[in-house]
Design a protein around this ligand. Structure first.
Ligand code: GLN
Length: 504
């Protein structure tokens, strides 16, 4: 009955594109099988995991929330999916997202927008909110020490939580957005459908929704986790990422999915990837950097206060907190807007209507077949990016745009390098400018303007390949969730997650 209740709630929040209702059964069977064979339990044994719909899953639809792939069934599993399955987890469903991960709100999906679970609860049921958030911080290990799939009573979302939703008219105007593009995966975790969810992060797609939905959103160092089977947006920035309720769970999932993969030549082996995080880590002497440039226009007072409050908290606990400068941060959005569309133009060329994906039936010639299939199969955001990318890649524009943007990317990376070389261990910033905006407000902006606002603090980490995590630091019945972002040097994922755990 827990599964059914969660499933009803997930439907109302439009979390899943494909739900796999038999997962509880699968979990039980898998665990039984291992026990019967005397095999040790996997790190994720008995753990329900959701998967963003841009990861290939054998025999399960992988749509990228696009008409182009609406009927696409991959013949193989993405490496990360295979790894979580091998570790004993079960996939509860494929989650809703912005089409081809292009967006920051989970609004541009052919399946409709994802709803933030804090929307109605916040407005009308504040006391309920407290009950829901008290389930945050549940470790996978705790679930495993119980009966596999079933959560202990104290960890359950209250029975009447779903009923509180039923009584509301679900007018679109009343919702808060979930953030994106991995909004479905964020809400799957925030609303209790699973313990962890796989997502991707190219410019903030995991950290932004994590901040809006009050969960941990973690993007590992680029190269730690294989992208094989992740349908690409921007190959040089895409990072397989995750949502969890706490940082311990993020460490367990990272340990499961990281490592060299012959199918992704950018992967590396890093022996320092932790299986678990210390419980009593001290931050005494840790050097926390506060980048001045992150005091950006549009930063809400509430977010600024939270940021300052946490910086003070670190200082009082013995950390050294200093201001640092990352002067090229301000160019990140414009740099991304060139690099992203150039890689998109190249990546999307494969969707020609012939090999796979949507094929137009109207076409009278091969060219018309390409054009019709791509026109109908892609939304206007995707088409717009393909056009812009091809423009920047024209011979006459290439140096002025693409090459120039690559140079700016190096400057952004060099800023971080300087800060870390000067002794900074971890950078502390807000994740987003504000709390989750209402749907009504967000839809007044187009996809591009929205990304430019939502991703200001998150994109630089992708440019430099740094590990970054958004941790919910303000979860109370009085306010919407606010996440703060921590960033560390490449391959300092253990330090990053340990610091995040201290903050939790
Ligand atoms: N908002 C950015 C975009 O639309 C980043 C999305 C992402 O991280 N997948 O491209």
């Amino acid at each position: 009955s827990w599964c059914i209740r969660r499933s009803q709630l997930a439907k109302r929040l439009n979390v899943f594109i494909t739900e796999l209702p038999d997962y509880a059964q699968q979990l039980a069977e898998k665990s039984d099988e291992r026990i019967a064979l005397g095999k040790p339990l996997g790190l994720l044994d008995g753990i329900p995991i959701a998967v963003k719909d841009n990861y290939c899953t054998a025999g399960i639809k992988t749509s990228c929330a696009s008409s182009m792939l609406e009927n696409f069934y991959s013949p193989y599993n993405a490496t990360v999916v295979q790894k979580v399955l091998d570790a004993g987890a079960s996939v509860v469903g494929k989650t809703n997202m912005d089409e081809f991960a292009m967006g920051s709100g989970s609004l541009d999906s052919i399946y409709g927008p994802v709803r933030n679970p804090w929307s109605r609860v916040y407005a009308r049921k504040r006391q309920m909110l407290t009950a829901v958030t008290s389930s945050a911080g549940v470790a996978i290990q705790q679930a495993q020490s119980g009966h596999g799939v079933s959560l202990s009573a104290s960890q359950r979302i209250p029975d009447n939580y779903d009923d509180s939703y039923k009584s509301f008219s679900m007018e679109e105007d009343d919702w808060l957005i979930a953030g994106g593009s991995s909004g479905g995966s964020a809400v799957a975790v925030a609303s209790g459908s699973c313990f962890g969810a796989l997502s991707s992060d190219t410019g903030g797609s995991t950290r932004v929704p994590a901040s809006y939905c009050g969960v941990v959103g973690y993007k590992p160092t680029y190269g730690l986790v294989s992208r094989h089977g992740l349908i690409p947006l921007v190959n040089s920035l895409d990072t397989p990422s995750m949502f969890t309720r706490c940082t311990d769970d993020a460490a367990a999932i990272l340990a499961t999915i990281s490592g060299i993969d012959v199918m992704d030549s950018t992967t590396v082996q890093d022996c320092s990837v932790p299986f678990s995080l210390p419980d009593d880590a001290s931050i005494e002497g840790l050097h926390i950097g506060i980048p001045e440039e992150y005091h950006a226009p549009g930063l809400s007072e509430e977010t600024l206060d939270t940021w300052t409050w946490v910086a003070d908290l670190f200082e009082r606990a013995g950390a050294k907190v200093t201001r640092v400068s990352l002067p090229h941060t301000q160019y990140s959005i414009v740099c991304y807007s060139v690099l992203c569309v150039c890689e998109v133009a190249s990546n999307m060329a494969r969707y020609d209507g012939i090999e796979y994906g949507y094929r137009s039936e109207q076409a009278l010639s091969t060219h018309a077949l390409y054009a019709d299939s791509r026109h109908t199969g892609f939304n206007d955001v995707v088409r717009g990016r393909i056009l812009a990318g091809n423009y920047f890649l024209l011979k006459r524009n290439y140096d002025a745009y693409f090459v120039q943007a690559q140079k700016v990317r190096q400057l952004i990376t060099a800023d971080f390098r300087r800060a870390f070389d000067a002794g900074v261990d971890v950078l502390l910033t807000p994740t987003t400018l504000t709390v989750a905006p209402p749907y009504k407000e967000a839809t007044q902006h187009d996809n591009r303007t929205m990304s430019a606002q939502e991703d200001v603090f998150t994109q630089p980490a992708n440019m430099a390949g740094l590990p970054a995590v958004s941790v919910p630091v303000k979860l109370s019945s009085q306010s919407l969730p606010i996440g703060l972002q921590l960033m560390a040097n490449n391959f300092e994922d253990k330090l990053l997650l340990t610091t995040a755990k201290w903050l939790e």
